[in-house]
Design a protein. Structure first.
Length: 409
């Protein structure tokens, strides 16, 4: 508002410089300035009369389906790791924990059994508690282990890990089979066939190719395998003896050594006598005398069956066969038995004697003689023993054509 000269405002004159211009339309400036601004409209969404801030919107990455899937997988793997750790801890404890077996036990694992079959057998026999845990333990701990069939000894409280080690070791229960010296190959096979621990039906090996001894066997082992071992042992021994033989023995080959040893084996069951009997036959061969051995008569009649089942008759002695050394010169065409170590060694290195004869002496052994006259005395003494009388002084005996070394046996 304008002022007068005395400083009072001039009535009715507007202050152009200090007052605002009235708005277009002619309304009073004072009224216009005093009029309040209209209040903002209340939002029905955020509340009446107050403007509220909107919540933050989630990021696009957080709402992406791939994130959700990955989060689920991670959670699953986490639970899986925890569960797997607990499972591994439990499996390890069970694998090395003492087993349920209370006393030592022998368990037979049949041939053809798989790992699952073995687990079932061991669980049924009370060696382990769980066949499935056995299967898992084998596949995880010993995947390269080769399990064999046979009999195994398990100790009381043996852990699952130890049971698997036992099967993988192949240390089975060992049995023995004894093959006496002097059996034919046919008799050896029969003896093996009578052994219920062994399996298979082998062919009869060639005569004289087996070494009679006591052999270790396991349940379920094949008879063919046992025969092969006997043949291998005989070949090794024969090679050693032949290399160390006496240079003047009248045998020309290892086969001839076996032939003569087989006769020695059948003539006496006493180990101490085998060198003496071998010396008699060596001396007779060197003198071109027939061996005249009773066991060769028997083999010529019955072959590999071995036993005649009756005493030798005069007809048997007189009947010529390929093996009857009363009828043939020198050695028969093949062995008449499977000789043992002592008989083979006796022929390879016989003692130096002059004996040409021997006959049974009634004590299980033989009486040896250098001359026919002494031999006839020994024969007469044996005849008296056979008849149950006291030994008698021998009468003058008619000389035999070549006086059998074991006449009367």
């Amino acid at each position: 508002m304008a002022e007068s000269n005395d400083g009072s405002p001039k009535a009715g004159v507007p202050d152009v410089a200090g007052s605002p211009m009235p708005p277009a339309g002619g309304k009073d400036a004072t009224a216009t300035a005093a009029a309040p601004k209209p209040a903002p409209k209340a939002s029905a969404r955020y509340g009446r009369g107050v403007r509220q801030a909107k919540p933050p919107r989630p990021s696009r990455s957080a709402r992406h389906p791939a994130v959700t899937v990955l989060s689920g997988i991670f959670t699953f793997l986490l639970f899986l790791a925890v569960g797997g750790g607990l499972g591994a801890w439990y499996a390890e404890r069970a694998f090395y924990a003492p087993g349920p077996l209370a006393t030592e036990k022998v368990v037979n694992i049949p041939r053809g059994s798989g790992v699952r079959d073995m687990g079932d057998i061991l669980e049924r026999e009370g060696v382990i508690s769980n066949a499935l845990l056995f299967l898992a333990g084998q596949r995880l701990a010993r995947p390269d282990a080769s399990f064999k069939a046979g009999e195994f000894v398990f100790k009381p409280g043996q852990s699952l890990a130890s049971v698997i080690d036992t099967l993988a070791s192949g240390k089975m229960v060992v049995h023995q089979v004894t093959i006496p010296e002097g059996l034919t190959s046919q008799q050896v096979v029969k003896r093996l066939m009578d052994n219920e621990l062994l399996t298979g039906t082998p062919a009869v090996p060639a005569e004289g190719t087996l070494l009679p001894e006591t052999y270790q066997i396991t349940r379920g082992q094949s008879r063919e395998e046992v025969l092969k071992k006997m043949a291998d042992e005989q070949r090794r021994l024969l090679a050693t003896l032949w290399a160390k033989r006496a240079p003047d023995i009248p045998v020309k080959s290892p086969q001839e050594l076996v032939i003569l040893a087989s006769i020695v084996e059948k003539e006496t069951g006493l180990a101490a006598e085998r060198p003496k009997v071998a010396a008699v036959f060596v001396n007779r061969l060197n003198k071109k005398m027939r061996l005249q051995s009773d066991p060769t008569i028997i083999y010529g009649i019955v072959g590999g069956r071995g036993a005649l089942g009756r005493p030798i008759s005069r007809t048997d002695i007189a009947t010529a066969t390929a093996y009857n050394t009363y009828a043939i010169d020198g050695l028969p065409p093949g062995p008449i038995s499977n000789p043992g170590r002592d008989a083979l060694a006796a022929v390879a290195n016989p003692p130096r004697t002059k004996d040409l004869f021997f006959v049974a002496d009634g004590t299980g052994g033989h009486a040896f003689a250098e001359t026919l006259a002494d031999h006839n005395k020994n024969v007469a003494r044996w005849r008296a023993i056979e008849q149950g009388g006291a030994p008698a002084a021998p009468a003058a005996a008619a000389p035999a054509p070549a006086a059998a070394p074991n006449a009367g046996n």
